[in-house]
Every structure is written in structure tokens, then in C-alpha cells.
Design a protein around this ligand. Structure first.
Ligand code: BTN
Length: 337
């Protein structure tokens, strides 16, 4: 039998494991008889038993109640389609979910799938990446079982020069998901770092296939440090990093963060298609603590100081310099003074 990771979730299609888990959930901790399971699923009792054994092997605690049946005691916090899709109601995002125990990079997988014609909204998730990609050719630390690494395929009907808007969309969705599932207050730092307590907690890497006038697809890559411990961070990080668990002082449910993220991405993308970039820009500004503050921007060998006035249509940071001129900053490192 294929394991829960290998099973894709496509809207309307349920795997046997997913159906078993749904029957358990319907009983809310009550006993489901072997006969009921085998009748509902249309398989033999031996097949039911084998599936239960596999579910137990990946962390589901299922108790056998003598001469009555089985009872689901607890579910593991694992990122498999059957768990992520439970209770997930979205318009476009995550109707197709593909989960891996380990992969090279979810961005690479999603990019290949998109080239092969995978539909918009397809989501690729991995428990670990052995070639996690960060920005500027850097590596993204991706140890197993503690964080979220996911990539999502979108085909927005906008020009390639507007693609940066989608990175802002990822940033506001990540910030909303963190605010909804933890006691923490995330902030966004231009262009698209999500910070908690001044430290980076998530990274966003968008990759695009486009022609001159048309985007074929964009892969939104999102990594959130959820339950990573201090000793799992490499020493050579350029910017201070943290995880949700380190900031909250307790482990955080990866499944809850993942569902909240997919829901937020779906909501913001829906608003983007209906009303354009403005709803995202407004949300971004409300979460960006550097708005209205004095900052220094360094890029290569140049340095500029001024007050942040917001971001424009293309995602450029608007800075009012000391001479009163408003400068559009397209790249650089920003420090609040
Ligand atoms: C950054 O450098 O800040 C961006 C990091 C992006 C990491 C995510 S993890 C999921 C997706 N797959 C990758 O290989 N990278 C992105």
C-alpha cells in the first residue's frame, strides 16, 4: 500500500486512509466497528486492519477496543494530504495537494509540475528538503518534521512586470496565518521578510515562467520556521532567524499553520483577482512596522537615509530623502534607525 505521503489529494477524490480517518473523526473519539469500516469503504476487514496498521506506523494512535472495533486516540502533526485537507475550504488553492517525506526543493517540484501543465492552485509540501532554495542562490535550511516547506502554482492574468505583487501576497498571507494560529505578532520587513520579535521566521521565493507580455505561471515558495530549535539553525545566517516555537515558548501545530496559510493565500488571491493589488498593499502596510520610520537602505556600495512612505504598484519602497525627494528603492537591505 502506498503511504499517506505518497497519496495525492485531488478535490472530490478520497484515499482509503482519508476515508478511514474521516469515519473516525465523525465518531469524535468514539468506537468504529471493523464491520462498519469494511462496509463503508467496500473492502475486507483484513484490508481495514492493514490500513490501520499503516496509519499507526506513521504516528496515529488507534486503540483496538476488544469485540467492538477501533478508536482514534490522537493524530500526529504530519503534513500529509489527508490531514491538511481535513476541514480546508478554499476556492482555488490546495484542491490538488502533493506531499513528500523528503524532496530536493518544493519549488523545483512545483516548477516541473507547472511546466507539465499542473493546474493553478496545486500545492507541493515536504517534510524535509535536501536542496532547499533561498534567495540570491542561498540555501534554505530544511530539517525534517519541524517546519513548513511549501510551493504553490498560480497563473495570474497580469503582466510579468507585476509579478512582484505576488510576493507581497505571500508575505501578507504568511503574516495572517501566524497571527491566527499563534499568540505572536508578525511584522513584515520590505521587501518580503516576515519577522517575529525582530527575527526572520519565514522566507519567500517566487519563481516565474513568462513571455514578454504574459505570465505562464508563478511558483510561490514559502518556508516557515515553525518548531525548529536553536541548535538546528546554521551559524552562518546573515540575518538573525527564529521559529514560531522559540518565540511562543511552546510547540505550534504545523497543520494549523499550514491550513491557515492556504486559506489566507486563497482569500488574498481571490481579492487580488477581483480588486487588484490594493487590498494586498493595504494589508502589507498595516503589518509593515517600518512604514513612517527613518531607515537606512544599503545596496552594493551606496547608502541612503530617509523616511518610509509606503510601497508603490511595483513593490518598490518609497523613501522621502532628507532633501525632500521621494526615491523608489527597488533592491537593498533596510535598517530601521
Ligand atoms: C529566502 O531566502 O528568504 C527564501 C527562502 C524560501 C524557502 C522556501 S521553502 C519552500 C520553497 N522551496 C524551496 O526550495 N524554497 C522555498
Amino acid at each position: 500500500m502506498k503511504d499517506l505521503f505518497a497519496q495525492e489529494h485531488a478535490a472530490g477524490e478520497k484515499s482509503l486512509d482519508q476515508s478511514i480517518l474521516e469515519l473516525f473523526r465523525d465518531k469524535q473519539g468514539g468506537v468504529v466497528s471493523g464491520e462498519e469500516l469494511s462496509n463503508c469503504l467496500g473492502v475486507s476487514r483484513t484490508a481495514v486492519w492493514k490500513h490501520i496498521k499503516t496509519l499507526k506506523s506513521i504516528g496515529y494512535r488507534i486503540a483496538a477496543v476488544p469485540s467492538q472495533g477501533y478508536r482514534l486516540v490522537s493524530s500526529p502533526d504530519i503534513l500529509v494530504p489527508a490531514e491538511i485537507s481535513a476541514g480546508l475550504v478554499t476556492r482555488r488553492i490546495g484542491h490538488r495537494l502533493i506531499c513528500f517525506r523528503e524532496t530536493e526543493s518544493t519549488n523545483m517540484v512545483a516548477f516541473r509540475l507547472a511546466e507539465e501543465g499542473a493546474e493553478e492552485g496545486t500545492v507541493v509540501v515536504a517534510e524535509a528538503q535536501h536542496h532547499g532554495k533561498g534567495r540570491m542562490g542561498r540555501r534554505w535550511e530544511s530539517p525534517p518534521g519541524v517546519n513548513l516547506y511549501c510551493s504553490l502554482i498560480l497563473c495570474p492574468p497580469v503582466f510579468p512586470m507585476q509579478a512582484a505583487q505576488l510576493t507581497f501576497l505571500s508575505a501578507v498571507a504568511v503574516a495572517r496565518a501566524i497571527a491566527e494560529t499563534t499568540p505572536l505578532q508578525p511584522e513584515i520587513k520590505w521587501p518580503n521578510d516576515v519577522l517575529v520579535g525582530g527575527r526572520k521566521v519565514a522566507g519567500l521565493l517566487n519563481e516565474m515562467s513568462a513571455e514578454t507580455e504574459k505570465i505562464n505561471f508563478i511558483v510561490l515558495g514559502i518556508g516557515i520556521n515553525i518548531n525548529m530549535k536553536q541548535d538546528q539553525f546554521p551559524d552562518d545566517l546573515r540575518h538573525p532567524a527564529t521559529s514560531l516555537a522559540l518565540e511562543a515558548g511552546r510547540d505550534i501545530s504545523r497543520l494549523e499553520v499550514t491550513r491557515a496559510l492556504l486559506t489566507a493565500l486563497d482569500d488574498f488571491y481571490d481579492a487580488y483577482l477581483a480588486h487588484g493589488y490594493n487590498p494586498i498593499r493595504e494589508e502589507w502596510l498595516s503589518r509593515c512596522t517600518m512604514n513612517g520610520r527613518e531607515v537606512r537602505v544599503t545596496f552594493q556600495n551606496s547608502e541612503q537615509e530617509g523616511m518610509v512612505m509606503g510601497i508603490d504598484e511595483d513593490g518598490a519602497l518609497l523613501i522621502r530623502l532628507h532633501n525632500g525627494r521621494v526615491e523608489r528603492v527597488l533592491a537593498g537591505d533596510v535598517t530601521i534607525l
